[in-house]
Design a protein around this ligand. Sequence first.
Ligand SMILES: Nc1ncnc2c1ncn2[C@@H]1O[C@H](COP(=O)(O)OP(=O)(O)OP(=O)(O)O)[C@@H](O)[C@H]1O
Length: 514
Amino acid sequence: MDQFRTLLLDVWREACRHIEIERSTETIARILPHRLPVDRLVVFAFDFTQGLAIPRADSLTIPQDVAPPRTLRSPDRRLLEAWCRRHEVILHRLGDQQHDVLRLLAGSPLDGSWLAAPLTSEHGYAGALLLRAHPPAEFEPEHARMVELLIEPFSVALENDHRLHELDALREAAEADKRSALSRLGREDLVDTIVGDDGGLKAVMERAALVARSDLPVLILGETGSGKEVIARAIHEQCPRAKGPFIRVNCGAIPPELIDSELFGHEKGAFTGATASRRGWFERADEGTLLLDEIGELTPAAQVRLLRVLQEGTFERVGAERPIHVNVRIIAATHRDLPAMVQAGQFREDLWYRVAGFPIVLPPLRERKQDIPALATHFAERAARRFGLRTQSPTSTDLSLLTNYDWPGNIRELASVIDRAAILGDGHRLAIAQALGGVTSPDATRPSQTLNPTAQRNTLATLDEATRQHIEATLAATHGRIEGERGAAKLLDINPHTLRARMRKLGVDWAKYR
Ligand SMILES: Nc1ncnc2c1ncn2[C@@H]1O[C@H](COP(=O)(O)OP(=O)(O)OP(=O)(O)O)[C@@H](O)[C@H]1O
């Protein structure tokens, strides 16, 4: 026993030296064979609130073709808790009847002789230490007594490991908050007052208020720039989870090969470039709302992954086995005709049923022109504040020009026309005609051509075609530059990632304009 005391000191030192239990188990597994005929050491952590038994370390002292232990979902909690309370070390030798705890944690039938000890800490952490005898050796009652002395150092190591994970989770949550705050700042154009809520958006706002009370998934259908994100935020802010995060993810801007890692997160080392573990959008949106913007742009593979998490409510980070449960309300949005995509087999029907619990159709601005005066005034006030100019309200001539235009870019386009008009008018007036005519856009967007929209309709380009032409004209003006102060994204007032995604989709090649 004296020699064992020396070894025990070494075990304590190793248990306290490393913060990650994987490391301490690895080094302890190299020390123990001096006194115990052990060839495998496994440590489980129990998470009773989530109903999981998670293998945190598994060390084999000799290379063997042994399957690593798996996370156990909904293990028998009463059995494990009672065993932890008894502080009982289980000894299993060949021919013995297998103990229920060993059957649960080490599987059945057992290969050889095993010892199992419960790990507990005064702060409520619990787990198990399993040791396997190096065949043909078998454990003896004397070994079981030695393992009793290992319970404390391993419990300390498990608690340290737990705390490390808790700190990691807190750090990531703080980072998520920071990102979300920054993205909110970056989108300072997003309004708190919704103009038109009593006019052209009345029916939409009524539906939004109705669905906000429930947790139903919402699908917002509407053209680009029509205010889908604004409506999604309004739903979040009126629903019981308003205190939770509101996270928007632009599905169209995620490169297909990164979709899993973006949505579900990844563990450190899961793939080349994964230098640190990262929480995905689902984890970040826990207890809040996740807006899946441009959901129609998801690749078929990504649609399958999304469907799985919506069906099962759990997912794993890339490179991890531990399932994660989250409580997230999904709002999806798209400018595409999703029902038509379902018909054409481009969007999974089962996923459609999952996300389209409560569709809200946002009318384009040309169908709610009664809102244009209030919107124009609102954006004129905002422009004056932003650019430090005297506020100028639109005149009746301005308003008739604005209402005669068709607004393919909807409210976003109206906002940037007013911004331009305010700058061109330099605080003395709103130079609406100039702002409308001076767009680096194709002829189709000139007001003179849209004064009679009905006559024009047959010759108008499709929205995709108009968008493509508009992006190309902008790229020509910026000589192919996308990002930065003088880049196309800034001119078009959209995120560079979104612009690149849209260019990919529309087949626009920026290199042509360099
Ligand atoms: N009802 C509204 N009142 C005031 N501003 C609005 C309203 N709707 C939209 N906006 C403004 O118009 C711009 C575009 O809105 P938003 O980003 O919500 O559109 P979207 O449909 O989500 O666009 P995309 O299709 O590009 O994702 C934002 O600056 C937003 O603040």
